[in-house]
Design a protein around this ligand. Sequence first.
Ligand code: TRP
Ligand code: ZN
Length: 475
Amino acid sequence: MSRSARLAPVAALLSLALALTACDSGSGGGSGGDSARPGAPGVRDPYFPRAGNGGYDVSHYGLTLSYDPATTRLTGTAVITARATQALSAFDLDLAGLDVAGVTVEGRPARTSRDGQELTVRPQDELTAGETFEVTVRYSGRPRTLTDPDGSEEGWLPTADGALALGEPTGSMAWFPGNHHPSDKATYDLAVTVPEGLTAVSNGELTERRESGGRTVFTWHTGEPMAGYLATLAIGRYRVSESTTEDGLPVYTAVDPEVDEASRDVLGRLPEVVDWATENFGPYPFSSTGAIVDRPGDAGYALETQNRPVFPGPPTVELLVHELAHQWYGDSVSPESWRDMWLNEGFATYAEWLWEEDHGGDDAEEIFTELYEHGRHGDEVFEDLWDFPPAEPPTASDISGEPVYQRGAMVLHRIRRTVGDDAFYDLVQGWAAEHRHGNADTDDFTAYVEKAFPDEDFTSLWEDWLYGEGKPDRP
Ligand code: TRP
Ligand code: ZN
């Protein structure tokens, strides 16, 4: 079934609902022309229907947190600045677990109720469409570790000496309330108090570090828009090193002492990788870079947390390339919904191929062929490569599946083959520039490619490689 055919029944139902509403409420009822109603509990993500919330758009999170690893208790205040996109009588925030002590909207206490991950806030005064408002949530408790549909763990992960917060796809709601869907990006300020001797590392830049009554407060500022799933907080004993790349970009790395030595060579190449990626993908999108390296077992996977990816143990250079490439593809150009994961993972995987090609390994054409013929890349064997089309993972547990990563990269290689190297690099740079600090979906991408190369026909590439079931015919 085509995607538009699948949408048709929904569209029909919607127009019926609209017609009915128009009939029975006349001019809208309530308090005049634009009557306030509750914001939707989700943003209709195809895989996570309750992720995010309707009716408002967050511009800033101000988080003041305090954590004690001895008790695993988190105490927090979130000040969320948002703009109403409709007149609101109530709206939801996403928050999994934790106890809410109080919520104010524009400084006035608001009524709240909770249902699963939905924290519903009913302000004393209705919010008008277009109004900017501030919500303050005071909360505390022992944050949860969440299990993904694919079985991996995210949210709040206690470690031997602290904790690690990882949010892909929905884990950020385990440690702060918000509009937890990648389509609503915002800037962040985070002040974290931890026991003396521990370090708190997050995204963006460290703007202050001060001692306060036997504890230390770390203040981090993220000035470029960030999707919630890319927010991180790492608390523990870390060896911190600060430097700059040749271009003067600040580099901040925090490494668990147990893996410091084993990480040193690869992390030493971080500035080189950033420079290489900048040459290939265009200007680095953020105001600092770096890495957080914890111990193996602290997390089950690496994550491209903004500015500063997290690695559970010493990364290989290929993994470092992958997570840094995400800074352009995923972090700056973020998916519109979780269906668009291949735009993250296909690009980050293809970046690994390009690195290999540029550093004396197989070239991308050889990697493509080996994958197509034998389902292998070096030592890695992919059994599930042809299980589903990368642009349409069948279930939520498939959004991190092999087709999303490998076949996604194969699609990019097919485009490169069609248009040639120079035009291909212009394309990937242009794509990163066009949606810098924004969101994009698969339709945006295919339209962008078609517009850039009006004389080429990409129909079968999209139909067979992005949307088609099974192994496409030999290209
Ligand atoms: N995005 C991560 C990477 O490629 C991997 C990952 C972690 C992931 N959690 C996920 C992918 C959840 C999809 C869904 O480095
Ligand atoms: Zn990735």
